[in-house]
Design a protein. Sequence first.
Length: 97
Amino acid sequence: MYGTIFNLNIKVGHEEELQKVLNERSDQGKPKGMIAWFVMKPDANSNWIGVAVFGNKEDHVTNANDPLQHESFEKIMEHLESEPTWTDGTYVIGEIA
């Protein structure tokens, strides 16, 4: 499995609107090869943390280059202080229940 972990530095007062944008993307259906994705609001931090899991790197890269994903990213950026930080890589340990 392959994917990314990302950090979202949200503008003050934009959490609800950002959540709507993220849900809109979910409503459009899962990208090819996506296994799961999550966004967490940590107890001890105002920045949200996200995880996206794909079956392989090719599907992850295809999604990253998808015009629909780019459109979604532009909407997300309206609610962020800065571009997300991304950590891409291969998941070496994990379990899907």
